[in-house]
Design a binder for this molecule. Structure first.
Ligand SMILES: [Zn+2]
Length: 308
């Protein structure tokens, strides 16, 4: 079965069924009976700030915009990349207005996809970006999915490096092969290297997009200090989980945290989509560096003064 046929709606349903039998503290579902009666609180992203073609133009700096979900646009001195854009066609109700539509995007030098889940690899979005996108980059597995629908894609093993204009990208490891734990999700045995992160070195600083991953302590806690992190802090056992997300944040105590994977999907009982910035801010060192960006809001990347 193609993983793209496995919707998060199905996963949510099957996940809840599994949890009904074996409640998991990691998913924070101890009060499901009440939740089924009264909709639980869900932190929502600030109101979207739509942007247009100018965001893809020439520039003397590096500007980052969260797109909602785990998606970002990077414009580094006129070189444009998107990471995990989901701009249309998601199969669950969403809480946000998208800041731009694929049809309004004039050009992209590259689209980077961390893994095949449809909240990261959006087939509708990637198809509609194809007329304006020079290249797609992902893992070897996701590359095979992309090639099967005719996208100009490149697959990379973990540790591989490639360049997009002045931007140097290194493919970093992730641990997110959740499908293997849910019989019936897929006939395929998923491999660790099917999922990845990206270490993105621009002329104006380094961005780390770790992707969805459980904590790999020797990797995630021992990077050189990045200048910004695309930060997933959802309390899901297939992600860092909140406790380990705090460890990652505190391993780089001055790095701005550009929050993602929160506030976008209407699914109050599904932990991966339910990070709450107010909770995070009480737990980490230097909470002022949390950037609760609205979808579309620009963030200017600046190099940190570093001791290591
Ligand atoms: Zn995800």
């Amino acid at each position: 079965m193609n993983v793209q046929l496995v919707s998060f709606g199905l996963v949510l349903f099957s996940g809840l069924a599994a949890f009904a039998q074996t409640p998991s503290p990691a998913e924070g579902n101890g009060n499901r009976t009440a939740a089924s009666v009264e909709k639980r609180y869900q932190a929502k992203a600030p109101e979207t700030r739509p942007f247009g073609a100018a965001a893809f133009g020439s520039s003397k700096q590096t500007t980052v915009r969260w797109l909602g979900f785990a998606g970002f646009l990077i414009n580094s001195r006129g070189t444009t990349l998107m990471v995990d854009p989901v701009l249309e066609g998601f199969d669950m109700p969403v809480l946000i207005d998208m800041p731009i539509t694929p049809k309004a995007i004039p050009r992209l030098d590259a689209v980077l996809i961390t893994h095949g889940d449809n909240d990261h690899y959006s087939v509708p979005t990637c198809r509609n970006l194809a007329p304006v996108t020079r290249a797609y980059h992902s893992t070897l597995y996701v590359d095979s999915l992309m090639k099967s629908i005719g996208l100009p894609s490149f697959g990379h093993p973990i540790g591989d490096q490639f360049s997009v204009g002045p931007v140097r990208v290194t493919v970093t490891p992730a641990d997110h092969a959740w499908q293997n734990a849910y019989p019936g999700t897929s006939k395929r045995l998923f491999k660790p290297e099917d999922c990845a992160g990206f270490w993105i070195e621009t002329p104006d600083g380094t961005i780390w997009a770790p992707g969805d991953s459980r904590l790999i302590a020797e990797h995630h806690l021992n990077r050189p200090t990045p200048d910004a992190i695309f930060f997933d802090f959802s309390d899901s056992e297939w992600h860092f989980g909140l406790r380990n997300a705090v460890k990652v944040a505190n391993a780089y105590p001055d790095t701005p945290l550009l929050l993602c994977h929160w506030g976008s999907v209407d699914a109050p009982d599904f932990a991966p989509f339910n990070g709450d910035p107010r909770v995070l801010s009480k737990l980490i060192v230097n909470p002022d560096r949390i950037r609760v960006l609205a979808p579309g809001e620009p963030f200017t990347l600046k190099p940190l003064k570093k001791s290591r």
